[in-house]
Design a protein around this ligand. Structure first.
Ligand code: PLP
Length: 390
């Protein structure tokens, strides 16, 4: 159930369910109150379940970027090398982040809409000793996904840590830290995310998991250039949330407990299948209007799409008309600004909501003077979605 007045179909934050709002509106208690401590402890267990890890997980106040920072500062020392595999704006964020801490950063940047090939990663890693490689599971600027099955074995072959940015992916794409990707021993070392995307909780919490290899990397560093982001300040809290390091975001933790309950009740596997169907249905139905996704079907993320406008559609006019109908879409970033819009199809958004958006998009295009077939688009949407019940 959702009491939201608008359909927030941007690629995060995503629509929030009533039960999450209700949890969030519960009375604010002391962070040391045993009733709160029990809930905090539960969210840490739920996070562990989501990532399926026996390493350490962290749930801290901050946005996804703080989780990116925690990943970097706790594993890569000043002067060590990081390879950034970038499929867009958010991949690129790791460049500045690494540089801010004196890390030697190299980057493999795909043309927007394409993937970096595993062969290019292999070649680059052969050139030197890299401590870690960052990959963005779904880049929110381009709607391009990273194929972990293809990329993780290459990174592991060269002995680097695999750091996965799951901000636009976690709980909607496969990020199983107990799984071997593309061969024995090829595990994800760090997965990080934020609360506001596929998890469907309001923004403000960072979730991050370290496996033993990543924890060993921290142990090998005498000190790290961080205080709030030093995992050694958080491990005692995560193991016993009645202890204090920095005040947890009490009401967001309530919300996260309910958000992760919804995730785990649905089950990660069903959630992954649902998102794949959502992605396909949105892209295929919009194609009926002559709207192409920037990413081809082979590399497209299931959580959001970056959709190129047909000739003659003005971005601001189109999105304002959609907002008038109650549906909020995002513009695009960098050189795609004005040329494409982004639509999120993740978290607790439903097939009904997405179908409604497809109808409204068609109606808006018709109002703008194009002639598109809304019923055909709905037909395509329904046939893509029919294997999932939401
Ligand atoms: C893939 C990805 N990584 C990182 C971030 C940064 O997260 P935040 O804005 O929560 O700091 C975002 C935000 O949209 C993202 O989509």
């Amino acid at each position: 159930m959702m009491r939201n007045q608008e359909m927030l179909l941007i690629p995060g934050p995503t629509p929030v369910m009533d039960s999450i709002y209700d949890a969030m509106a519960s009375e604010t208690r002391s962070h040391t109150d045993p009733r709160f401590v029990k809930i905090y402890k539960h969210t840490i267990e739920q996070t562990r379940q989501v990532f399926n890890t026996d390493g350490e997980v962290f749930v801290v106040a901050g946005s996804g970027t703080i989780a990116m920072e925690m990943a970097i500062v706790n594993t890569i020392a000043e002067g060590e090398r990081l390879l950034v595999v970038s499929h867009g704006y958010f991949g690129d964020r790791f460049i500045k982040l690494g540089q801010a801490f004196g890390i030697q950063v190299d980057v493999l940047q795909a043309e927007w809409g394409q993937q970096v090939s595993p062969e290019d990663i292999d070649r680059k890693l052969a050139e030197g000793t890299y401590k870690a490689v960052t990959v963005t599971h779904a880049d929110t600027s381009t709607g391009v996904a990273t194929d972990l099955e293809a990329v993780v074995p290459v990174i592991k072959k060269h002995g680097a840590l695999v750091i996965v940015d799951g901000v636009c992916a976690s709980t909607a794409m496969d990020e199983d830290m107990s799984k071997e990707y593309g061969g024995p021993g090829n595990t994800l070392d760090i997965v990080l995310t934020g609360s506001q995307k596929a998890i469907g909780v309001p923004p403000g919490l960072a979730l991050i998991a370290f496996n033993q290899t990543a924890l060993d990397a921290r142990a090998a560093m005498e000190r790290v250039p961080a205080y709030y982001c030093d995992i050694y300040n958080w491990i005692p809290i995560m193991q016993d949330p009645s202890k204090y390091f920095a005040t947890p975001a009490v009401n967001l933790i309530y919300a996260l407990e309910e958000g992760l309950r919804i995730v785990l009740d649905e089950g990660i596997e069903s959630r992954i299948g649902r998102h794949q169907a959502f992605g396909r249905a949105v892209r295929q139905s919009l194609a009926v209007y002559g709207m192409k996704a920037l990413a081809s079907e082979e590399v497209a993320a299931p959580t959001l799409s970056c959709i190129l406008y047909p000739e003659g559609v003005d971005d601001a006019t189109f999105r304002a008309a959609m907002a008038d109908k109650g549906t909020i879409l995002s513009g695009s970033l960098a050189h795609l600004a004005g040329k494409a819009f982004r639509i999120g199809h993740m978290g607790n958004s439903t097939a009904e909501m997405l179908e409604k958006a497809v109808v409204q998009i068609g109606e808006t295009l018709n109002e703008m003077g194009l002639q598109v077939d809304v019923s055909k688009a709905v037909e395509v949407f329904s046939s893509e979605i029919k294997q999932v019940t939401v």
